[in-house]
Design a protein around this ligand. Structure first.
Ligand code: DGL
Length: 272
């Protein structure tokens, strides 16, 4: 395996850029091939079989770019497909759920942890399952927040509509006196200030993206796959592919990533 090959990162759309952003911050020397499945978003309301099939197609596409490792940046795809994909893959594949769960159990003081995510992620019970393995006595309260993704996609990050909806979603978790809240969906870190205000300063907000980038770095190191900083860059360091509407994606990517994203290529993912 070529240690200077890129890392593949994928999500159902733009949200996984919050994970790519964290990878760029923590391991800027790595190259990334990002795929956002903008034509088939949202994954959060789709079945396990559909999300697993989409994930396999994307992995076949990323393999054509000769990636050395894959990060499933989407919580729903991590919940539904990570285990099966890891079993089939001859290159390392990581998701975002284990990283988020690990951080939450090490952050909580009272053992009461909230998880917010899509209907798919919450319905799968994956966060609760992983947390109970790590800390059997933990009380985990999960709440799906299906309107958050469209609100973020519409750019309503600081808006009274978002405040109202967030307050309704979070009230059930506040009643449980959680001291830690996992932002178990790629889009939710972008609502951080609203969530922080509603939950109060004493509740730790866990962004799984951060810990995922830490896990990726450790994984690359342990397998001798870290990029050689001196190796020449063959083309762009970061490449972006989508299955629909490249312009909107490029604008969003430029707004949240360091540096301008000049080009996003639209591909037909059904070919893979
Ligand atoms: N990327 C998805 C996740 O993290 C959210 C958007 C969707 O539903 O596709 O679960």
């Amino acid at each position: 395996m070529d240690r200077n090959a890129p890392v593949g990162v994928f999500d159902s759309g733009i949200g996984g850029l919050t994970v790519a952003r964290e990878i760029i911050r923590q391991i800027p020397e790595e190259r990334i091939v990002y795929f956002g499945d903008t034509a088939r978003l949202p994954y959060g309301s789709k079945s396990r079989d559909t999300v697993a099939r989409y994930s396999r197609q994307i992995i076949r596409f990323l393999r054509t770019k000769e990636v050395k490792a894959i990060v499933i940046a989407c919580n729903t795809a991590s919940a539904y497909a990570l285990e099966a994909i890891q079993a089939e893959s001859d290159i390392p594949v990581i998701g975002v759920v284990n990283a988020g769960a690990r951080t939450a159990v090490s952050s909580t003081r009272n053992g009461k942890i909230g998880v917010i995510g899509t209907e798919g992620t919450v319905g799968s019970g994956i966060y609760k399952e992983v947390m109970h393995k790590l800390r059997p006595g933990a009380e985990v309260f999960e709440k799906s927040c299906p309107l958050f993704v469209p609100l973020v996609e519409e750019g309503l990050l600081h808006d009274s509509v978002t405040d109202e909806i967030a307050s309704r979603y979070l009230s059930v978790l506040k009643e449980k006196y959680i001291d830690t809240l996992v932002l178990g969906c790629t889009h939710y870190p972008l609502l951080r200030s609203t969530l922080r205000r509603l939950m109060g300063d004493e509740v730790v907000l866990v962004n799984p993206a951060y810990e995922t980038a830490v896990e990726l770095r450790e994984l690359l190191c342990s397998q001798g796959l870290e990029r050689d900083c001196q190796a020449p860059l063959d083309g762009e360091r970061y490449q972006f592919y989508v299955s629909d509407l490249a312009e909107k994606f490029t604008r969003f990517a430029t707004s949240i990533l360091p540096g301008e994203v000049k080009k996003t290529e639209k591909i037909n993912i059904e070919d893979y």
